[in-house]
Design a protein around this ligand. Structure first.
Ligand SMILES: [Zn+2]
Length: 64
């Protein structure tokens, strides 16, 4: 039986992105981050959880 080494794992490892707002790391996928075409890495600077807590977003949600 062959043991699974790091070489087998790193091929499918998902990059993680740091959220400055909550100080946590999340996988760089659209599941955790909203996409932003103007951003360098293609995602917004804060995670989905923090984004929904932004004052401007809360304001918008309360109107509709
Ligand atoms: Zn966050």
């Amino acid at each position: 039986m062959k043991a699974i080494g790091w070489d087998d794992v790193k091929g499918c490892a998902v990059l993680e992105k740091y959220c400055k707002k909550c100080g946590d790391f999340y996988p760089m996928t659209s599941e955790f981050w909203y996409r932003d075409k103007r951003s360098k890495d293609g995602f917004r600077h804060c995670c989905k959880g923090c984004y929904s807590e932004l004052p401007s977003v809360i304001k918008r949600l309360q109107i509709f």
